[in-house]
Design a protein around this ligand. Structure first.
Ligand code: FAD
Length: 462
C-alpha cells in the first residue's frame, strides 16, 4: 500500500474555488437573507472555521491547503441552512458543513475555499422519548446526555470528544463509549435524519433507518444533516475503575493485563469502555497515582454493581485496583480512542498513529508491534460486528498503534505488514472516503449533489 494521492486531489479540488467577485456577491446575498451577524468574511473567522484536528497526523498538514474558506455562516435553524445552501448552489460555490471541527482526518477542512456552514448554533435538544432523543445537528454530547439522563436514559454511544456535535459525529465519526454493546454508529444508532441536499428542497427531507447509511461517516458529501433522532438506553450508574499490572520481559509480557481486559470486555452488562495501555504509553500521560509508571494500565467504565466482580478479575489476573471513581467516566474517556493520540503526541511529537483492529492485536501483539519502529499498542473494547441473535458476539479489541514517525514509505510498508498479520487498518492520514458504504455514498451524492459542491475532494478519484 502506498500513501493516497492527497496532494493531487487537493490541487484538483482547489480549481473549484470561487473567484473574488463571486465571493463578494454571495457574501452580500447571504447577509441580506440571514442577517449580517450570521455571516463573516473576516480572515480570523474564516481560518478558525477551516481547521480540524488533522494535526494529529504528521502527514496531513503537509498536504492540506493553506487557503481558508471565503465565507462562514452560522445559521440558527434549518431554514437558515436551507437558505445558505440554496444561495451557494445558485452561485456555484462549494459548501463545507461544520460542527465543532474535532474530526481528525482533515475532513472538515475546505479544499476549495467557498462557504463553511457552521451548524454549532443549531443546537437545541428537541424531544426525548422512550429509547430515543431528537435534536438539532449542532447539539453537543454533553447537552444530549444531560437531557437523556433527566428522563432516566443515556446515549447508547458517544465519542470521547463530548463537546463535539451529534451532526459532526454522525457525518465524521465512527464509535466510542458504548461501542462494546452497540457497535459502530451505522449499527442502528441513527433512527432518522433531516437532510438538506444541494440544491435543497423546500425544507429538509427526513430519512429513516437503513436509509440513513449513506449520510453516516460521509463527511457531508451526501447532504447536510440538520436534525437527528438517535437511540437511547436506560441509564446506568457508571463507575470508573483504574487497575495496573506488572510488566515483565519475555513472551508473556502483559499477559495478565490482557487476560483481565478480555474478561472485562465480556461482563454483563457490557462496560461502557475498556482500555489497556502498555507502560511506554502510560509514560506519555500526565502523572496519575492510579496509572503508576512501569506498569500496564487497564481502565474501564463499568456498571456500579459490577465493581466487586471487576476487583476479583483484576486480582485473579495478578493486578491491583488502583482507584474506583464514581465521577471518573469523563476522565477515563480522555485516555481512550484518539484522545490517546492527542496525549501521546503532546508528550512525544515524534509519534505517528494507525487505527487498528483484529484478533492479531491480542493473539500476536509482539508481531503487531514489530511492524513499525518503536511501536506501542493501545486497546479499546469494541463490538466489531453485530449479531442481533447473540449480542455478546463480536466484542473485541480495536485500538491504536503508535510508532516513531520516519517517513510515509515506512508507515505504509508497516500497514502492509499489519495486513499480512490479519490486522485491519483504518488510515487516519487521509481525508478520502473509504469502506463498504463507499458505492452507496457515491450514488447518494450524485443524486443529492449533482454539481459536486458539497465538501469537494473526498472521493478517492475526485
Ligand atoms: P466536525 O469535525 O466539525 O465535522 C466532521 C465531518 O462531518 C466533516 O467532514 C464535516 O464536514 C461533516 N459535518 C459536520 N457537521 C455536519 C452536518 N451537520 N451535516 C453533514 N456533515 C457534517 N470520533 C469517534 O468516532 N469516536 C471517538 O471516540 C473520537 N475521539 C476523538 C478524540 C480526539 C482527541 C479527536 C481529535 C477526535 C476524536 N474523534 C472521535 C473524531 C471526532 O471528534 C468526532 O467524530 C466528532 O464527533 C466530530 O464532531 P464535530 O462536531 O467536531 O464534527
Amino acid at each position: 500500500m502506498s500513501a493516497p494521492p492527497l496532494a493531487d486531489v487537493a490541487a484538483r479540488a482547489a480549481q473549484r474555488a470561487p473567484d473574488a467577485a463571486t465571493v463578494a456577491t454571495l457574501a452580500d446575498s447571504l447577509s441580506r437573507a440571514l442577517g449580517p451577524t450570521q455571516v463573516s468574511t473576516m480572515e480570523a473567522a474564516r481560518r478558525a472555521a477551516s481547521t480540524d484536528f488533522a494535526h494529529l497526523s504528521p502527514l496531513l498538514p503537509v498536504v492540506l491547503p493553506d487557503r481558508p474558506a471565503d465565507i462562514v455562516v452560522n445559521p440558527r435553524d434549518a431554514a437558515g441552512v436551507v437558505t445558505a445552501v440554496r444561495l451557494a448552489h445558485a452561485a456555484g460555490v462549494p459548501v463545507t458543513p461544520r460542527g465543532r471541527g474535532t474530526g481528525n482526518y482533515g475532513q472538515a477542512v475546505p479544499l476549495a475555499g467557498g462557504l463553511v456552514i457552521d451548524l454549532s448554533q443549531c443546537d437545541r435538544v428537541l424531544e426525548v422519548g422512550e429509547g430515543w432523543i431528537r435534536a438539532e445537528a449542532g447539539a453537543t454530547f454533553v447537552a444530549l446526555e444531560a437531557a437523556a439522563r433527566q428522563r432516566g436514559q443515556e446515549l447508547t454511544m458517544l465519542p470521547t470528544t463530548v463537546g463535539s456535535t451529534i451532526g459532526g459525529f454522525l457525518a465524521g465519526g465512527a464509535g466510542g463509549l458504548g461501542s462494546i454493546q452497540h457497535g459502530w454508529l451505522w449499527d442502528g444508532f441513527a433512527l432518522n435524519l433531516d437532510i438538506v441536499g444541494c440544491p435543497p428542497a423546500e425544507g429538509p427531507v427526513t430519512v429513516h433507518g437503513g436509509r440513513c447509511r449513506p449520510y453516516l461517516h460521509a463527511y457531508g458529501v451526501t447532504g447536510l444533516i440538520t436534525a437527528v433522532t438517535v437511540r437511547l438506553a436506560p441509564a446506568r450508574d457508571w463507575e470508573a475503575v483504574l487497575a495496573s499490572f506488572p510488566a515483565g520481559p519475555g513472551p508473556d509480557h502483559g499477559a495478565g493485563a490482557l487476560a483481565a481486559a478480555r474478561a472485562l470486555l465480556h461482563l454483563e452488562p457490557a462496560p461502557r469502555l475498556v482500555s489497556l495501555d502498555e507502560p511506554d504509553l502510560v509514560a506519555t500521560y500526565p502523572a496519575d497515582a492510579a496509572m503508576p509508571p512501569g506498569r500496564y494500565s487497564l481502565r474501564a467504565i463499568v456498571d456500579a454493581a459490577a465493581v466487586g466482580l471487576v476487583r476479583e478479575i483484576v486480582a485473579g489476573a495478578g493486578g491491583r485496583v488502583e482507584a474506583v471513581r464514581a465521577d471518573g467516566a469523563g476522565y477515563l474517556a480522555t485516555f481512550a480512542f484518539n484522545h490517546v493520540t492527542l496525549r501521546a503526541r503532546r508528550a512525544r511529537p515524534d509519534l505517528v498513529h494507525l487505527q487498528v483492529s483484529g484478533e492479531a492485536l491480542v493473539a500476536d501483539g509482539e508481531a503487531v508491534r514489530a511492524a513499525l519502529p518503536g511501536a506501542m499498542l493501545h486497546l479499546d473494547g469494541l463490538r466489531l460486528f453485530l449479531d442481533r441473535a447473540d449480542p455478546a458476539r463480536g466484542r473485541h479489541f480495536g485500538g491504536l498503534l503508535l510508532s516513531r514517525f520516519q517517513d510515509a514509505a515506512t508507515l505504509y510498508r508497516g500497514i502492509d505488514r499489519l495486513s499480512d498479520l490479519g490486522v485491519q487498518v483504518v488510515d487516519p492520514h487521509s481525508w478520502l472516503l473509504d469502506g463498504p458504504a463507499l458505492a452507496d455514498i457515491r450514488a447518494r451524492a450524485a443524486a443529492n449533489d449533482p454539481a459536486g459542491l458539497l465538501n469537494p475532494g473526498r472521493f478517492p478519484d475526485s
